[in-house]
Design a protein around this ligand. Structure first.
Ligand code: SF4
Ligand code: SF4
Length: 188
């Protein structure tokens, strides 16, 4: 019988202990927030979605080489000296490489920040944006290039023409009298 009442008393006492803790927290500062209506302020060093500033990108591919998960895909085309649309980078230097393809697959990115560390021009940076989930994985491949397919074709054609011109000049040079090797003769 004594044990019976002891158990009832223990139940009442533990209920009051729990209620005491609940009441105490009613008057302390809230630590939970109503996400997504409210957000915690992110630290300055937060590493979230990357952003590319294509006018700063020199096409060096350092970012793609260092990426541990190969989620950056870059294609470059040398700027032909005969290109009528040469452009300057933000630092005022002439662009040497066009970047017709610059894609980042955010489904693979692990936000390590290595690409931002090795970029010599700070063209690629982390932003504070982290709410960009998608239903379709393909939508997580971000395309940052600035050339249209037609412009890319034009740049390729200009470079091919330049290479063909150089090859022709080389052959003409080799066939000049004095430069031509005769059978059995070895040029130094
Ligand atoms: S943050 Fe890391 S994983 Fe993401 S693109 Fe840059 S190097 Fe690759
Ligand atoms: S490291 Fe920077 S400059 Fe070089 S390709 Fe990547 S984003 Fe462009």
């Amino acid at each position: 019988m004594v044990q019976y009442f002891k158990t009832i008393w223990s139940g009442i006492a533990t209920t009051f202990t729990g209620m005491k803790i609940t009441l105490k927290h009613l008057f302390t500062k809230k630590v939970t927030i109503q996400y997504p209506d409210e957000n915690f302020p992110l630290p300055e060093t937060a590493r979230n979605r990357l952003f590319m500033e294509m006018t700063k990108c020199i096409g060096c591919k350092n970012c793609a080489k260092i990426c541990p998960v190969n989620c950056i895909d870059i294609e470059t085309i040398k700027v032909s000296p005969e290109d009528p649309h040469k452009e300057l980078h933000q630092n005022g230097k002439e662009r040497k490489l066009w970047v017709p393809t610059f894609e980042i697959d955010f489904a693979k990115c692990c936000y390590c920040g290595l690409c931002t560390e090795v970029c010599p021009t700070d063209a690629i940076i982390h932003t504070k944006e982290f709410e960009y989930s998608e239903y379709n994985r393909e939508n997580l491949v971000y395309k940052f290039h600035t050339l249209t397919p037609e412009q890319t074709e034009e740049k390729r054609r200009l470079l091919e023409e330049l290479d063909a011109k150089k090859e022709k000049e080389k052959k003409q040079d080799e066939n000049k009298p004095g430069n031509k090797e005769t059978p059995g003769e070895k040029r130094e």
